[in-house]
Design a protein around this ligand. Structure first.
Ligand code: 8BR
Length: 491
């Protein structure tokens, strides 16, 4: 594979997508957003925190190994455990008191938008889409401040029984609490003393206190559901956050209720605009019952497109009964990329999807059902556009607009990605799944599906990696829809 050619293709695809994006009328993005509060801890912070408690009590609590943060002592205990072990950990907090206590006794260095729908809304708005309709069922006043101030993000708001689209700052629900995840970072060698013993942190790491307020429901307000046409015109919907659905709720409702409501929203969106495309962005879902329900009941047959990373491909295959293939994807060995390809094809077939987009470090794979709406070159270029965005995001930790995203063009295509694809090419041509010529362009015309495989741009020392997966999926999906609209306009 010629790396120079792939650089050139990236550049052309980026500028083509830039021309196509204005053809989009709008995108709907729901459901999950939160605030990430980040604090880098110093030795002074630590001795101050420890000083707030009886050190013997801290030690006792460390021995208990709390699985949730119910009170501040649990927090200090889990922090000491994380620091001692140097392991990343995520511990849930079910009440807002933890957030208030941390704000008062520690504070954060900076805060940013978190959650897939929050990140995707801001990205699409900054790419200059005419209209991004965001919907977060728990939009608080504080949360609303984290949406991009670009003027093109609107959020439905019920006023006198009528649904209006307003900037998030005017659409929040008064009295709603905020979902704040605390990310507490600490560096190697930090000295920690508690109850007469001292240790040093073995490696850089972080503790995440993830906020899971009990009142959070992944659902849509009844009035908004009933007047969903007030969101139009929109060309597509990007839905995420289903992992927040719980098996059972205190009020007796179960995941089945929320799955049913979610499907109704999807069906209604499609009935309002039959050309509308729906994408679900997956993330890791610990609970297997929920993971399976999301895949087989929400995604299967209802949505067109699925975005996920390699670990999620393995997890999805696992609950769908393809255990061997799942392990082979995870092991990544010699056959890793082949298994990944086969796994993605299996997902497309089992879940009756039009498109499955898998992103990995150095290459992306997109499996397409026969009859998808663009040429393979156009589908490929949508992925190349997203690779430039991912590079810009990794390089600068943010993308403020399309002009800034051009910085991604300077990032080289991953040599490792090219190497992985060359391994795959041998496999494919050996099995006569494709000809070497076809593969040079990054497409495969299969018997029952088509596929795109591109090497992607990878930043050597990324400024941040948070949100890159969401950026890739959103960028490619938006570019694909934009090209569809551009074609309809006869261009
Ligand atoms: P998830 O967060 O969903 O796992 O997605 C992360 C994606 O970010 C990876 O699939 C990879 O494509 C991309 N990525 C990472 Br991680 N580091 C990157 C880097 N330094 N440059 C470009 N892309 C990167």
């Amino acid at each position: 594979m010629d790396i120079e050619e792939w650089e050139q293709r990236h550049t052309e695809a980026f500028y083509d997508a830039k021309e196509a994006l204005p053809y989009l009328d709008g995108m709907f993005v729901a459901y999950n957003s939160n605030i990430d509060a980040i604090r880098h801890l110093t030795e002074e912070d630590l001795s101050r925190l420890v000083g707030l408690f009886d050190e013997a009590e801290i030690q006792d609590r460390v021995a208990v190994y709390p699985r949730e943060i119910a009170e501040p002592l649990d927090f200090v205990a889990r922090l000491l455990i994380s620091m001692r072990e140097g392991k990343a950990a995520e511990v849930p907090a079910y009440t807002a008191e933890t957030h208030e206590w941390l704000k008062e006794h520690l504070g954060f260095d900076y805060a940013r938008m978190g959650g897939q729908a929050g990140i995707i809304s801001n990205l699409l708005a900054r790419l200059g889409l005419k209209k991004v309709v965001a919907y977060v069922p728990w939009l608080s006043e504080e949360q609303a401040e984290y949406f991009a101030d670009s003027g093109n993000i609107l959020h439905p708001k019920v006023e006198n029984g009528q649904v209006l689209l307003k900037p998030p700052g005017e659409a929040f629900k008064p009295g709603t609490g905020s979902k704040v995840n605390w990310i507490l970072e600490f560096s190697k060698d930090l000295k920690v003393t508690c109850a007469g013993s001292t240790f040093r942190v073995p490696r850089d790491n972080r503790l995440i206190i993830s906020s899971r307020p009990k009142w959070i429901r992944l659902d849509m307000d009844k009035e908004i559901y009933e007047q969903l046409d007030s969101l139009l015109p929109i060309d597509g919907a990007m839905l995420s956050g289903y992992q927040m659905i719980k098996e059972e709720y205190e009020d007796g409702s179960t995941y089945n209720d929320y799955v049913e409501h979610s499907v109704k929203v999807i069906d209604k969106l499609k009935s309002l605009n039959p050309d509308l495309r729906i994408h679900v962005e997956l993330t890791s879902i610990q609970n297997r019952v929920i993971r399976k329900a999301i895949l087989t009941e929400i995604v299967a047959r209802h949505v067109h497109s699925l975005g996920l990373d390699t670990v999620e491909v393995a997890n999805a295959l696992n609950v769908l009964g393809y255990e061997e293939l799942s392990y082979s994807v995870i092991r990544k060995g010699e056959n890793g990329i082949m298994s990944l390809y086969q796994g993605a094809v299996q997902l497309m077939k089992d879940l009756k999807l039009e498109r499955v987009h898998v992103h990995s470090l150095g290459f992306y794979i997109c499996i397409l059902a026969k009859g998808h709406p663009l040429t393979l070159k156009e589908q490929r270029d949508a992925l190349l556009f997203s690779s430039v965005l991912a590079a810009a995001q990794a390089l600068n930790g943010k993308i403020d607009n399309l002009t800034e995203a051009e910085a991604g063009l300077e990032v080289p295509v991953s040599a490792k990605g090219i190497e992985d694809l060359e391994t795959f090419q041998l496999y494919c041509t050996g099995r006569k799944l494709c000809t070497p010529d076809e593969f040079e362009y990054g497409y495969i015309y299969g018997p029952d599906h088509d596929a795109i495989l591109i090497p992607s741009k990878v930043v050597d020392r990324p400024k941040a990696t948070v949100g890159i997966g969401d950026t890739i999926s959103a960028g490619a999906f938006a570019a694909m829809l934009a090209r569809m609209k551009q074609r309809q306009a006869g261009k």
